[in-house]
Write a protein that binds this ligand. Structure first.
Ligand SMILES: *Cc1c(COP(=O)(O)O)cnc(C)c1O
Length: 395
């Protein structure tokens, strides 16, 4: 029955397990381990773990299992494994399936830590990685080979908000038998149905929209039962990237309100982008929900026309103007998270993307005047007024 629920019902009730007390709110099982009634039962659990049986929190925990089941239900995935952070999820998803001699094709516009895993870690263990412009299907076609084991990309890039065509890239990858692994943070679990589009493995940093209130780190990997239990789980449970039960509880409560929050944030982001587009102090207003976004058609089919919760503004006066703008803001805070209830402004060139060479920054469109703003739950008119006064202060 629960499989036929719509998204918002799944987000409130999916995966709920009640203890003998029949509590309303999900319980936090803050326990490292579980006791066995008998030696025979312990032996049996180490042979094969049944449904709702646990032996050690590094392998699984009832609160963590509730979170995994709820998000898997939402995404239409067979199974999920929760991790201590988004990066533990990216690392586990890739490292668990690759070995020396394998080939990976990746989009080059990546979150800094994702780039580090592909560029510096996988290559150290003999995995060959080819980087492509993720929006250019010809580059994907030219890069895949019979020994390509995985393709990796962020479905919406940070901070320039370019959208990658999941369906087309998945077709190219599947033609050589490669697994499609997607970091889907910017598309959000609310607007994207990456698995239906052809993704084999979908990753979220739960730190972002799933918590959405800046409290905990977390991550999740979604995919087939065979991949999650056969390939990923043995790697994760022996290498220690497990999600804390307390964080899992925070994330479960985050899922309950996620749809409402993310819908409201996206509606606000669109109104703000429309209000600022064409402003004299701006070179460019980037928001995937704007009619002017170069990939509007793809955004209609892949994201239901929704542009997510983040917009980027390219100020005419470069770094100097960007810093004046940031320092003049009174509502958005200067920080580097996103998807939060609080609006957050970031200068990617000097913070999240500081490590990139000048050449890489130019290649990825990370201009000195570019400011990324994650739109929160504040009043939209207050945000527009604040952003406008800060733009005036910057020019
Ligand atoms: C934040 C983020 C990550 C890493 O997540 P953490 O929870 O901080 O480890 C990975 N990919 C993308 C696209 C992100 O925005």
């Amino acid at each position: 029955m629960s499989e036929s629920w719509n998204k918002r019902t799944k987000l409130v009730h999916g995966g709920t397990r009640r203890s003998q007390y029949n509590e309303v709110s999900e319980s936090i099982f803050l326990t490292q381990g579980f006791v066995y009634d008998t030696a025979e039962q312990a032996e049996q659990r180490f042979i094969e773990l049944g449904e709702d049986e646990f032996i050690y929190a590094r392998y699984g925990n009832p609160t963590v299992a509730m979170f995994e089941e709820r998000i898997a239900m939402l995404e239409g995935a067979e199974d999920a494994f929760a991790t201590a952070s988004g990066m533990a999820a990216v690392n586990g998803a890739l490292t668990s399936m690759l070995k020396a001699g394998d080939h990976v094709v990746s989009a080059k516009a990546l979150f800094g830590s994702c780039l580090y895993i592909l560029e510096n870690i996988l290559t150290r263990y003999g995995v060959e990685v080819t980087f492509v412009d993720g929006t250019n299907l010809d580059e994907w076609r030219a890069a895949v080979r019979p020994d390509t084991k995985a393709v990796f990309f962020e479905s919406m890039s940070n901070p320039t908000l370019e959208v990658i065509d999941i369906k087309s890239v998945a077709e190219i990858a599947h033609s050589v038998g490669a697994t499609v692994v997607i970091d889907n943070v910017f598309s959000t679990p609310v607007f994207s149905d990456a698995i239906a589009q052809g993704a084999d493995v979908v990753i979220y940093s739960a730190t972002k929209h799933i918590d959405g209130q800046g409290r905990v780190l977390g991550g999740v990997i979604l995919g087939s039962k065979e991949y999650i239990r056969g390939t990923l789980e043995p790697y994760m449970k022996h290498t220690g990237g497990a999600l804390s039960p307390f964080s899992a509880w925070v994330l479960l409560k985050g899922l309950e309100t996620m749809d409402l929050r993310v819908q409201a944030q996206a509606t606000s982001a669109l109104a703000i982008a429309e209000a600022l587009e064409g402003h004299a102090a701006l070179q460019r207003t980037i928001y995937p929900g704007l009619a002017s976004h170069a990939q509007n058609d793809l955004i209609q089919t892949q994201l239901g026309g929704k542009g997510g919760t983040v917009l980027s503004l390219d100020l005419k006066g470069g770094k100097d103007a960007a810093f004046k703008f940031l320092d003049a803001l009174t509502i958005p805070v200067i920080s580097n998270n996103l998807g939060d209830a609080k609006s957050i402004a970031t200068h990617p060139a000097t913070t999240t993307h500081q490590r990139l060479s000048d050449e890489q920054k130019v290649d990825l469109g990370i201009a000195p005047g570019l400011v990324r703003i994650s739109i929160g739950l504040e009043d939209t008119d207050d945000l527009i007024a604040d952003l406008k006064q800060a733009l005036a202060a910057a020019s």
